[in-house]
Design a protein. Structure first.
Length: 404
């Protein structure tokens, strides 16, 4: 039974991977033809890492592969209809933005429209939560909570999409982790699991052309679509479920979530609009440490995989160990933040000043100790000299008395 399921999973992933990888060269041509191009602009504060014009329509290839995967392996349902309609709003908004930039307000309208279809037509909401023996019914608050959750997932992937292969890699890690958890829990045949493996193959096929040096970017269309499906899979997975299931997506998406949170705090501190881009994200800090694009992305992958392992341990094996792993990783991320200007230039300056002060105090303490040792040594030498002088005088007296 398990072997049959594994073969089914591999078939879904390899099929969607092949479709995505095969159509991506044609998507690159279409992007060049319609002008869906990412052009480095120095007037935007030199936020662009790349220096050449790159097509940014990769999300369309992911979406086409997703549709074919659903037609081959999916099952028709009202919820799936809602996902397809919601995806249409996401794709349409992203496509327009990739060709001719939309304002943040108009992008948000498209995202809200997609989320409302999921909530009201698909009836996919976070309606209740069981935690510590208590069942919390959200009632009417389920709608705004679900809306906020969907918008949050969409935008954490959007904001992390700053380097070749970054958003696609993080999304792939999410889909793979959910797939591993479902496989270990023997959860098969559900809509969220089918979507997980369809998306895993589709995004991996895109990564063939998106990993550094990238031939195509995901664009708004790709980043928002990946975030949207991540939100839907998470909601389907823990609809009316335990707190355990709610935490899993948050554990897996720790890096993009924390990066988004830090970006919001940073922009509020600097009195800048929350939606205004900058070059102070988590990955930018690694670039400032002279890591290459490829090494930076691999480092972020590695950290994200550690969080995913914590999520798997938390879900399958040992909740306490999973929480300990998560806390340790979180502390390490916070320590990294304190040594950079992710939140504030002043915070970095204060941290460095504090470190300098501690080093100076340590140096002063060392100097005091050395002075003490030197004083002690000098006093010993002085005592020895005095003893030698008195001894010489005594000897001199004895010699004089002998002569007389």
């Amino acid at each position: 039974m398990t072997i049959d399921r594994l073969i089914e999973v591999l078939l879904i992933v390899t099929t969607t991977f092949s479709i995505s990888a095969l159509i991506m060269p044609y998507i690159i041509r279409i992007a060049n033809h319609i002008g869906a191009l990412d052009i480095p602009r120095h007037e935007q504060g030199d936020r662009h890492i790349h220096k050449t014009i790159i097509p940014k329509f990769g999300g369309m290839g992911i979406f086409i592969s997703f549709l074919v995967g659903y037609m081959l392996f999916g099952v028709h349902s009202v919820q799936m209809n809602a996902i397809l309609i919601g995806s249409f709003f996401i794709i349409l908004t992203g496509m327009i933005d990739d060709i001719n930039s939309l304002s943040a307000k108009h992008q948000l309208i498209g995202q809200i429209a997609a989320a409302l279809v999921i909530i009201f037509y698909g009836n996919i909401t976070l309606s209740n939560l069981t935690a510590f023996g208590f069942n919390i019914e959200f009632g009417i608050w389920a709608y705004p909570i679900t809306l906020f959750f969907i918008l949050g997932c969409i935008n954490v992937i959007r904001l992390i999409d700053g380097l070749d292969g970054l958003s696609g890699g993080i999304s792939s890690i999410f889909f793979l982790t959910i797939g591993i958890i479902s496989f270990l829990q023997q959860r098969f045949g559900t809509l969220e699991i089918t979507l997980t493996f369809i998306m895993l193959g589709s995004v991996l096929g895109f990564l063939v052309y998106n990993f550094n040096p990238a031939k195509i970017f995901a664009g708004e269309i790709g980043a928002t679509f990946m975030g949207f499906i991540i939100a839907v899979i998470s909601l389907l997975g823990f609809k009316g479920a335990l707190l355990t299931s709610v935490l899993v997506p948050l554990l897996i998406l720790a890096i993009p979530i924390l990066d988004t949170l830090f970006a919001i705090i940073r922009r509020v501190i600097k009195h800048k609009p929350v939606y205004e881009g900058d070059k102070d994200h988590f990955h930018h800090q690694l670039l400032k440490m002279n890591f290459s694009q490829r090494k930076t992305v691999l480092i972020v992958y590695f950290i994200n995989i550690l969080f995913s392992i914590a999520a798997i341990v938390y879900t399958i094996n040992n909740q306490k160990l999973g929480i300990i792993m998560y806390i340790v990783l979180f502390i390490l991320v916070v320590l990294f933040v304190l040594h950079t200007n992710i939140i504030s230039d002043k915070l970095e300056e204060k941290t460095k000043n504090l470190e300098h002060k501690l080093i100076k105090n340590k140096h002063d303490d060392k100097k005091i100790e050395e002075d003490k040792k030197e004083t002690k040594t000098n006093s010993k030498k002085k005592e020895q000299t005095n003893v030698e002088t008195s001894s010489q005088k005594k000897n001199s007296k004895i010699k004089k008395s002998n002569k007389m």
